[in-house]
Design a binder for this molecule. Structure first.
Ligand code: M6R
Length: 610
């Protein structure tokens, strides 16, 4: 998963390329590079550097490349370690063609052997380099027709942008299973992996779909399918602005996004409930008959989105009385799952680009399942795969660690669960109305939790030197514990395990001593007494206890060394308030350890490779 950009117009392309790459750095930051076609150049000029984008910027200041056509790349290594040689763009033997790629060419080894036999010299260990040599090998005078031919030889996934000094007024872009969007300017056009890279320049976007090629020149775009059928794509106008994708005075995107959670929840709810509290999900285009025909729900997702799914499992079971299975997408796609046309499949992915989730959706559809996607990104790949989409409307999330998109996903899934309940007549309308009123109060309750940030910071800073943590929860507190542990490990690099509290005695209790703090989700719930017993078990092994508890629970102070209080809410809605202190706890520990919370090592925002 990498970020790619391209520019063609009257200005020096380098300015846009660097600016665009900065906004895409969340997709990978192992190395970066760009290639431009100068007016009087016969060859492409390529500059690339190992490491973060600043390295490339320094090189550019020295070398001042100029060119009105250019492409750029920020890399997250898959094939070949992070190095200057493996950085993109890659060029052909004659230095006429340059190419950037996001995805994985699965048959690259065979292609490389074939090309080497033909005399091509490879300078990297990447899968990508075969693409540029294949174009060179097959070049027939037309860049677009050559790229079209080359796409038929490729296995795997790709979004590519290619320039050639023999055709300097053209960028050819193509996509299969990796995202790519085109921005429309005046006398200039742009390419990027993701919309935020374009927003400062245009809000008019064309989304390139799978198996399509775009010829991008300064005055126009022509899109065709791989088998050369013309496409008349509608221009999509983006509503959010650059400001929404910037830090707005916060130290990091992650902190800003934690504080945006009340607004994110509000936006997820907006327009979903009529005045009489009837639920509106017309976009799903599912008839009452179809909904009543479902006998099972299957949820698939990865990472934080999977944790949202674990919460949804409990609400759908409890409210809609449908049996729910859930699996991690990378496991699901290779299982022999029992899915048919009576199964409602819910795929959760903030980015809409996670390769495993998309593959799981394809598999579920092949087996006859009806798929609903819950995503934050309009026009993302999952929206084209699913039968229906619920957008979370959380706004762009730039920090690699998911925060506001998680709460939005959970809220969107509450709405879906209640809608199924309402349509299947599984609960009295007064009960549904009560839950809806409680959902509407969640933004204010999250605001209350954010007020205790200074207390959480003070407490977090006492734990910066710990090497291991255990996070415990029961019921809907269990996914919260998993998510709290995931947040801590991904941004602070401290080992943390999330566990079902009742399961602790079956193994992890062996880890406990005074040096392993235990963080417990211990708000009032139907399993509150059970969780207190689990806290006592941990305390008996000298563990320091950090508890998330309900406002007014004085009793918990006897058991816990530190308490983060959250407002009371409906038990199944409680993850929305209990997760917030754990996000802040992870954030402040990571900051104190000097970690880059927005771009943690080895991670990328959207995982578009298997
Ligand atoms: O875009 P998605 O929701 O499909 O992404 C899934 C995971 O890659 C993502 O949640 C990941 O676990 C984040 N690093 C969590 O903070």
């Amino acid at each position: 998963m990498c970020g790619i950009v391209g520019y063609i117009g009257e200005k020096n392309s380098v300015n846009f390329l660097i600016d665009g790459l900065k906004r895409l750095e969340y997709r990978g930051y192992d190395s970066a590079g760009l290639a431009v076609l100068g007016d009087n150049e016969n060859n492409v000029e390529v500059i690339k550097k190992n490491g973060r984008l600043d390295e490339l910027e320094r090189a550019i200041q020295k070398e001042s490349p100029q060119g009105k056509t250019g492409i750029g790349h920020t890399r997250w290594a898959t094939h070949g370690k992070p190095s200057e040689a493996n950085a993109h763009p890659h060029i052909d033997c004659k230095r006429k063609i340059a190419l950037v790629h996001n995805g994985i060419i699965e048959n690259f080894f065979t292609l490389r052997e074939y090309l080497e036999k033909k005399g091509h010299i490879f300078t990297s260990q990447t899968d990508t380099e075969v693409l540029v040599h294949l174009i060179e090998e097959n070049f027939n005078g037309s860049l677009v027709e050559t790229v079209r031919k080359v796409t038929t030889l490729l296995g795997g996934s790709f979004a590519i942008a290619v320039i050639c000094s023999l055709d300097p007024d053209l960028i050819v872009a193509a996509r299969k299973d990796s995202p790519l969007v085109i921005g429309l300017g005046e006398g200039e056009n742009f390419i990027a992996s993701d919309i935020p890279a374009l927003l400062q320049h245009t809000k008019n976007i064309l989304i390139l779909e799978d198996n399509e090629i775009a010829e991008v020149s300064r005055n126009g775009i022509r899109i065709t399918t791989f088998d050369n059928k013309p496409i008349d794509r509608k221009v999509f106008e983006v509503k959010w602005d650059v400001e929404a994708a910037e830090k707005s005075g916060y130290e990091d995107f992650m902190l800003k996004e934690i504080y945006e959670q009340p607004t994110a929840i509000h936006n997820t709810i907006l327009g979903r409930f009529k005045e009489n509290n009837e639920i509106v999900l017309d976009e799903l285009a599912l008839s009452e008959k179809e909904i009543n025909n479902f006998d099972k729900v299957f949820i698939v997702a990865c990472g934080t989105s999977y944790h949202a799914g674990l919460v949804a499992r409990q609400t759908i079971e409890r409210w809609a009385r449908l049996s729910v299975e859930i699996d991690i997408a990378s496991e699901f796609r290779y299982r022999d799952t029992v899915i048919d046309n009576k199964t409602l499949v819910i795929a959760i992915t903030q980015s809409g680009e996670t390769s495993d989730t998309i593959a799981a959706v394809r598999e579920a559809k092949r087996r006859g399942g009806r798929v609903i996607a819950v995503t934050n990104v309009v026009g993302s790949s999952i929206t084209r795969e699913a039968d229906g989409v619920i957008y979370t409307h959380a706004g762009p999330e730039i920090g690699v660690a998911a925060t506001k998109t998680l709460v939005s996903q959970i809220v969107a899934l509450y709405i879906l669960a209640l809608w199924l309940t309402q349509t299947r007549e599984q609960a009295d309308s007064s009960i549904i109305r009560k839950i809806i009123e409680e959902i509407k109060s969640l933004p204010d309750k999250v605001k209350e939790v954010l007020l205790i940030a200074p207390h959480i910071k003070e407490c977090a800073e006492k734990f910066v030197n710990c090497a291991d943590f255990l996070f415990l929860g029961r019921g809907v507190g269990y996914p919260v514990a998993l998510e709290g542990a995931l947040k801590l490990k991904e941004i602070s690099y401290i080992h943390a395990e999330g566990y079902a509290a009742g399961e602790m005695k079956h193994g992890p209790i062996a880890l406990l001593d005074k040096d392993v703090p235990v963080v417990v989700v211990a708000n009032y719930s139907s399993v509150y007494d059970k969780i207190l017993s689990n806290i006592l078990e941990a305390k008996a092994r000298d563990a320091v206890i950090v508890a998330v508890a309900t406002d007014g629970d004085e009793n918990i102070k006897q058991f816990a060394d530190y308490v983060f209080y959250v407002p009371e809410t409906h038990e199944l809605l409680s993850p929305i308030v209990t997760i917030v202190p754990l996000q802040l706890f992870a954030y402040y520990i990571a900051k104190k350890r000097g970690c880059d919370v927005d771009q943690p090592r080895n991670l990328a925002k959207s995982v578009t490779v298997e």
